[in-house]
Design a protein around this ligand. Structure first.
Ligand code: ZN
Ligand code: ZN
Length: 348
């Protein structure tokens, strides 16, 4: 099969046309990939930052952990009534959960100590076929195209779960800092959840994109033009929680100062530098800081249902595997907004 591979850490992907098609072992699905997303985390994976989590030497490794496609084959022991060949699906990246560790027993599959992480510590979705586990594979309704669905399986799941971790009730207010791939989905989920939504970015392009979404936001703030004290003075309501979906360190300071006393700040970004947390915010303002990544399969299913029912939008830029260097170059352009997707097979 054709696929992109990391052959050496830190070096550009190689397009390999003779990768053997994997065969599903007991309990696995084989997925024929339609479209797969390029996540911000790909840079960290390429640099080998996650190699220490791998259960075996992962190189050469196929990147991408935002897979969508069709069930192509089912392994022994998989319920063939539920997982029919040809079924449209998307997959969360954790697979091959052991079922016996503390996390698995608690039902927290994404933290399984023995799981493989597709596209992160094991082969992922930038290829014609990929292995998956039924437990972390989600059926896709026909109304969501594969190009639009791919970003939902990391960016969508992560920001949806981040919002759930804020534990807010309808009518309360959330600020989403960073309105790129995760943020532009998050602001829509938050509106459907009945929250007041403040979209914040230091770049104008993502804010302009958010302003065109069909679910109008309560406030858009360009943080490079609006110091946090001005934002606090102008907002007609308190911000109960903030979700930081960017690596930009100033966004964390902004979030900590913008969130009300006793509020919650959820960290979704993966900055290289340490995140600065002044003791004052913890002690004198009683803020709670949580991290979050991906979601449970159940929450992912709820998010997919919400996306379909409320006609939510994802802005994608679609490339072919051969155009991967152009995709990566475009990702780093400041005027870019939305999400990069590689289309591997056409929908039929
Ligand atoms: Zn990701
Ligand atoms: Zn486990």
């Amino acid at each position: 099969m054709r696929g992109l591979q990391i052959v050496h850490w830190g070096e550009p992907y190689v397009l390999n046309t003779s990768i053997p098609v994997p065969s599903p072992a007991k309990g696995q699905l084989l997925i024929k990939i339609a479209s797969a997303g390029y996540c911000h985390t790909e840079t960290l994976v390429l640099n080998g930052d996650f190699a220490r989590l791998a259960l075996r030497d992962p190189l050469p490794q196929i990147p991408s952990h935002e897979p969508t496609g069709w069930v192509a084959a089912v392994g022994e022991g998989v319920d063939g009534e539920k997982w029919k060949v040809g079924m449209r699906v998307g997959c969360l990246n954790y697979r091959d959960m052991c079922g016996s560790c503390k996390e698995c027993k608690a039902g927290d599959l994404k933290f399984c100590t023995h799981a493989n992480l597709a596209g992160v510590t094991a082969d992922g979705a930038f290829a014609e076929y990929m292995l998956a586990s039924p437990q972390s594979t989600i059926p896709l309704p026909a109304s969501i195209s594969f190009d639009n669905a791919a970003p939902l399986f990391c960016a969508g799941a992560t920001v949806y779960c981040g919002l759930l971790r804020c534990a807010l009730s309808p009518g309360q207010a959330v600020a989403i800092l960073g309105c790129g791939a995760l943020g532009h989905l998050g602001v829509q989920f938050a509106k459907v959840m009945g929250l007041r939504v403040v979209a914040i970015d230091s770049r104008q392009a993502p804010l302009d994109l958010c302003a065109t979404l069909s679910h109008p936001l309560d406030k858009c703030i360009n943080s490079s033009l609006t110091p946090v004290n001005d934002a606090l003075a102008k907002l007609p309501f308190e911000v109960d929680a903030a979700v930081v979906a960017t690596d930009a360190i100033p966004a964390y300071r902004y979030a900590l100062e913008l969130t009300r006393k006793h509020g919650t700040v959820v960290v979704l970004g993966q900055p290289k530098e340490d995140i600065p947390v002044p003791y004052f915010q913890l002690i004198m303002r009683d803020l709670t800081i949580k991290g979050s990544v991906l979601s449970s399969p159940e929450d992912c299913q709820d998010m997919i249902n919400m996306f379909a029912e409320h006609n939510l939008e994802v802005r994608t830029h679609v490339y072919k595997m051969e155009e991967i260097s152009k995709l990566i170059e475009d990702t780093h352009k400041p005027e870019m907004s939305g999400k990069m997707v590689v289309r591997i097979a056409e929908e039929f």
